[in-house]
Design a protein around this ligand. Structure first.
Ligand code: NI
Length: 188
């Protein structure tokens, strides 16, 4: 991501604090997260911190369990074109309420599984309902990369990773690579 864009995005969340991202395998990435009751200031700060963490990574989506918080909260911004304004989204209790029969295959990655990518097939269009930062209910239909991203992030809230869609051999290979990476990081 170009530095200018990074700066613009960073200024959106100027007071936010970067959190550290858990790397698979970690038991917290396998748990079902708890619904959020009402949107406290603490949760708004958490959402801002997650956006900051996501932009900094850089990534296009992040779920609360990835920073060890077991609440149903995801953030995303799938604008990749530098000429377009960023669209930071924070979604509490996001839920897919309708999916298209049409499918789409994208090569997915995950900030908790760095530098590993694989094709995953999901519904091409999904209608999602969530609560925004003001506690207001929102509904929107997503397609393209946004549809893939929102489904990937909602999966995180249910303890599911994109590698769970892969054949066991491939999943085990990636998991072994991540275990090795974590050992190396621990030693560094
Ligand atoms: Ni992910």
């Amino acid at each position: 991501m170009p530095e200018a864009l990074r700066q613009t995005r960073r200024s959106l969340t100027s007071s936010a604090m970067k959190r550290s991202i858990l790397i698979h395998p970690d038991p917290r990435l396998k748990k079902v997260c708890t619904p959020v009751e009402d949107i406290s200031d603490e949760l708004r700060v958490l959402a801002e911190d997650m956006l900051e963490t996501m932009y900094d990574a850089p990534g296009i989506g992040l779920a609360a369990p990835q920073i060890g918080v077991m609440d149903r909260l995801i953030v995303m911004d799938c604008i990749k074109d530098d000429t377009q304004p960023p669209r930071p989204m924070a979604m509490f209790n996001p839920e897919v309420i309708a999916s298209s029969d049409e499918l789409n295959t994208y090569e997915e990655g995950c900030l908790s599984i760095p530098e590993q990518y694989a094709d995953v097939t999901r519904p091409a269009e999904v209608q999602v309902r969530w609560m925004d930062l003001n506690g207001a209910e929102q509904t929107e239909t997503f397609d393209g990369l946004w549809a893939t991203c929102v489904q990937h992030e909602i999966d995180h809230l249910n303890g599911k990773l994109f590698i769970d869609y892969l054949k066991p051999m491939k999943r085990q290979m990636i998991t072994r690579k991540m275990q090795k990476l974590k050992r190396e990081k621990a030693r560094a």
